[in-house]
Design a protein around this ligand. Structure first.
Ligand code: MG
Length: 459
């Protein structure tokens, strides 16, 4: 039987971090996750260096008996590179990284692990964590001083007891086991395992069939959980290729290792110089070495390749705009509903009460007529008629009704005594249509008009 890996690697910056310090790799023989830490670009550099140190093992797989030693040496090389980088660039002194990697030769699998990134195995329906966190809280759990449930809220839950940092000897866990067809592996950073419960991870691994979809689904779940940290997931299935070609796809690189090409060896060693020559002939994005001293200005900010999430800013902006528009609409309509004024009716003949303000926006009127009082404009004294034409504001409907009563009283007074209102002959010039559609006769023109009942027509 011939076995092979079907794999996927994805990394996401999460919802809160500006840059991605995680790195991941998945290839035909190697799976790896590194979770970097440190100021400025330190975490990105450290995790990318760790991945870069292991990658050659995927292309030039050691003999079965040498796999453990080769992995150990690659990790020690990564640690030496970190040491040298800190010497050259002292501002990187706090950088470091976790590293969890699996390397296959045939069915034999060697795992190397340092830090709190995790590897899980789903085999025959059984889900298990196959790494042991090198953290203070895990030690406290092992010693029975706190429970598993207390880990999530422990103030020092992020404190690592072991990491790849270039300042101390490398002390990784190394284990050897046999892989089986049907095995499904997950390697992840704590941005996933610290947010998504193990039962949900188990269920996702057990139900999703496609490795790509599984990795993306797990990252999506962590983001839905708030995404407080960078999130990385490498998912791989062990498949039997005896009766068919092996799954052919290129190695997948994700996170900081995909953004920057860090040398795995220091350039002042023969191997490092050889690696540098090879790198200079390819399409690389090697970081420029900086002189010792303070970090250059550009290394403090925008010069570092960062994967910014643009959609939270867009969503936030749109949400704020919607809230502002909704708030403005709410208070605007409340204000308009509280305003009244008296003006000509819609047909221009009578006094009417309107709700809103006498204005419009882009042709949209900000008022509506609520009552046609039936009081003819031309029965009002001239000064009152002009006031109504120019609209009379009222701060309430009651206030408007009171004002209408006054206008009606004046119209009635004018009806009784037109001369007192200066209306004698005033309406003689108006030629209103008669009932039969003809013009009013001169006799009709001087016939006194009568006011309708005080109950106007409310709209
Ligand atoms: Mg992390």
């Amino acid at each position: 039987m011939t076995i092979a890996l079907r794999y996927a690697a994805h990394s996401d910056v999460g919802c809160l971090r500006e840059g991605n310090e995680d790195s991941a790799y998945a290839g035909p023989h190697l799976l790896a996750v590194a979770d970097g830490m440190g100021g400025y670009a330190g975490g990105e550099i450290a995790s990318a260096i760790a991945i870069s140190a292991l990658r050659p093992l995927d292309e030039d797989v050691p003999h079965a008996e040498d796999v453990s030693t080769s992995l150990q040496q690659a990790v020690e090389q990564a640690n030496s590179t970190l040491t040298q980088r800190v010497k050259d660039e002292p501002w990187l002194e706090n950088m470091g990284t976790t590293l969890t990697a699996l390397l296959w030769t045939g069915s034999r699998m060697v795992m190397i692990h340092i830090g709190d990134s995790r590897a899980y195995l789903l085999r025959d329906g059984e889900f298990s964590q196959i790494t042991h966190d090198h953290t203070l809280v895990q030690t406290l759990v092992d010693e029975g001083k706190i429970t598993e449930e207390e880990v999530a809220t422990h103030p020092q839950r992020s404190l690592l007891l072991r990491a790849l940092d270039g300042r101390s000897e490398v002390d990784p866990d190394i284990s050897v086991s046999e892989a089986k067809v049907g095995d499904r592996f997950l390697l992840c950073s704590d941005g996933l395992s610290g947010v998504v419960s193990e039962s949900t991870i188990n269920e996702t691994l057990a139900t999703e069939t496609n490795v790509e979809a599984t990795a993306r689904r797990l990252i999506d779940l962590a983001n839905r959980g708030g995404g407080p940290d960078n999130i990385t997931a490498v998912v791989a299935d062990i498949v039997d290729t005896t009766n068919g070609p092996p799954p052919e796809h290129e190695a997948a690189i994700a996170g900081a290792a995909d953004q920057r090409d860090e040398p795995a060896m220091t350039p002042d060693t023969p191997a490092g110089r050889a690696q540098g020559l090879n790198r200079s002939s390819g399409d690389t994005a090697e970081m420029q070495r900086m002189p010792s001293g303070d970090p250059p200005e550009e290394s403090k900010g925008s010069a570092q390749p960062r994967t910014r999430r643009w959609w939270p800013m867009v969503v936030t902006f749109l949400a704020a705009a919607v809230v502002l528009a909704s708030t403005g609409y709410y208070f605007g309509t409340r204000y308009l509903d509280s305003q009244y004024f008296i003006g000509p009716s819609e047909n221009g003949e009578n006094v009417a009460v309107h709700q809103g303000i006498d204005s419009d926006i882009a042709g949209y009127s900000l008022s509506e007529q609520v009552e046609d009082t039936g009081v003819p404009l031309d029965m009002l004294p001239e000064n009152e008629r002009k006031s109504v034409d120019g609209t009379i504001p009222a701060d309430s409907e009651e206030n408007a009704s009171e004002r209408v009563k006054e206008l009606r009283a004046k119209a009635e007074e004018c009806e009784r005594d037109p001369e007192s209102c200066g209306q004698d002959g005033q309406n003689a010039d108006r030629s209103e249509p008669s009932a039969d559609g003809g013009e009013q006769s001169p006799a009709d023109e001087h016939k006194p008009r009568s006011l309708p009942d005080s109950a106007g027509g409310r709209q």
